[in-house]
Ligand binder design. Structure first.
Ligand SMILES: Cc1ncc(COP(=O)(O)O)c(C=O)c1O
Length: 453
């Protein structure tokens, strides 16, 4: 067991609801866990985004927040941290990751363009499609193999990437998501990153990363790629970034901040192109939708997020939960990813067809049984094909249990494992779901449902 490299200084009480109360609450929420108040959740694995516990140093830094509109010293510290940790000279702050996606894609993409890379996250996909562009997925086949225990399931299939880039002249950039959330928080190896960069360069297509979880990715590189075993995480991070033209960041993940994001890049011309769009939608270039206080927490969090002892403990937490569920007969994606455990709901509940959303049905059961909140990552989140309007069948029907940073302890995980053990015994009673109201965009957030009888 990894000793947590921190101790608790402040506590947040949990409200204990009964099973009966939860049955009523979820019904009232239209069987959508996004409509449940957090006070009615005992263990919240909905997301690891913005939900981390800040350190005493981050809280102290808040007091230095400079809320000046222009020339804020908080921005100067923020920019310096991005430059030092990631190595990119130009930085545009945004209110969160999707702010960066919006600014970036509005400038880079037009109707009929394409983007290729390893399975982008849902908001990224939505922003790309919102520009009338499409995504050509070149994630390696390992990512979709239930049996494979490959250490870098987020990798790109390099042959496929090269074919796609040679054949398709509408591709405006290659996007590498590290770690790859959509296939289970799986890492990308440095060897693969180098291969991607080489091909992108050969085909004269720029390479960008979505680095929401770059520190976790670097930890996996250290753990699994022999060559980097003795490298400090900070050096692996810089080596990773060296191959990219720029990055999009949601600072709510590996910068352990509650809010924030940015675009960082090498090319001053790209900076000039992005800047007006950023000002229009995010705010002036010295704050981009964040308060000075937010920027201070990101500046500190970028350094804390790459501390090896913190990363080892964090990755170990996910592994403990995932491997314990596996032993209890709950099918999970393995190896366990960095920030979350993904339950394979179609395998766990084979009696529920994909268009009855088995992972969502399991999420509802988990809430009713134990007050634990996870999220569906499957055909519900995948949405409809924008061209045909048909439901898209996702590759996997997953229930994601995302682990907030520095928040939960071993007892919370043991409780979760016990609740799953109860569900395993009675899983045949879980029924599928259908829409009561279907939201037209990012439908998992705001649709309501009915339980099928
Ligand atoms: C890989 C990845 N990219 C982008 C985003 C979007 O970031 P944000 O939630 O800050 O808008 C997320 C959010 O979960 C993510 O996981």
């Amino acid at each position: 067991m990894e000793l947590p490299p921190f101790k608790t200084k402040m506590v947040e009480p949990l409200t204990m609801r009964t099973r009966k109360e939860r049955e009523g609450l979820i019904k009232k929420a239209g069987y959508n866990l996004f409509f449940i108040n957090s006070a009615d959740v005992m263990i919240d694995f909905l997301t690891d985004s913005g939900t981390g516990a800040m350190s005493e140093n981050q809280w102290a830094a808040l007091m230095q927040g400079d809320e000046s509109y222009a020339g804020s010293s908080s921005f100067i510290r923020f920019k310096k941290a991005v430059q030092k940790v990631l190595g990119f000279p130009f930085v545009i702050p945004t209110h969160q990751g999707r702010g960066a996606e919006s600014v970036f894609n509005t400038v880079l993409l037009n109707d009929g363009d394409s983007v290729t890379g390893n399975s982008p996250f849902d908001t990224t996909r939505a922003h790309i499609e919102n520009r009338g562009s499409k995504i050509i997925d070149v994630t390696s086949g390992e990512a979709f193999s239930k049996k494979s225990l490959h250490g870098f399931k987020g990798n790109v299939n390099l042959k496929k990437l090269e074919r796609v880039l040679i054949k398709n002249k509408t591709i405006r950039y290659v996007l590498l998501t590290i770690t790859c959330n959509s296939v289970g928080g799986q890492p990308v190896s440095l060897e693969n990153i180098r291969g991607v960069a080489k091909i992108a360069k050969k085909c004269s297509v720029p390479l960008f990363y979505d680095i929401a979880r770059f520190a976790e990715n670097s930890f996996f590189i250290k753990e699994r790629e022999k060559r980097y075993r003795n490298w400090p995480i900070s050096k692996i991070v810089l080596e990773t970034m060296r191959h990219a033209d720029g990055v999009l960041m949601s600072a709510k993940k590996d910068a352990i901040a509650n809010m924030g994001g940015f675009i960082a890049m090498r090319d001053p011309l790209l900076y000039k192109k992005l800047a007006p769009q950023a000002i229009l939608h995010e705010g002036f270039l010295n704050y981009g939708g964040m308060s000075g206080r937010d920027m201070e927490t990101v500046a500190k969090g970028l350094y804390e997020g790459i501390e090896e002892s913190y990363l080892r403990h964090r990755i170990e937490q996910a592994r403990y939960l995932g491997e314990s569920l596996h032993k209890a007969g709950v099918p999970v994606l393995r190896p366990i990813g960095g920030h979350a455990v993904y339950v394979n709901a179609s395998e766990f509940l084979p009696h529920i067809s994909w268009d009855r959303f088995p992972a969502h049905a399991l999420a509802i059961s988990l809430y009713i049984e134990g007050g634990i909140r996870g999220v569906e990552i499957g055909s519900l989140m995948e949405g409809r094909n924008p061209e045909t309007g048909e439901n898209r069948k996702a590759r996997f029907e997953l229930l994601r249990l995302a682990i907030p940073r520095r928040v939960y302890s071993r007892e919370h995980f043991d409780y979760t494992i016990d609740v799953f053990k109860k569900i395993v015994k009675d899983k045949g009673r879980i029924k599928g779901m259908k829409f009561n109201y279907e939201s037209p965009i990012l439908r998992h957030f705001s649709s309501t449902f009915k339980l099928l009888s």
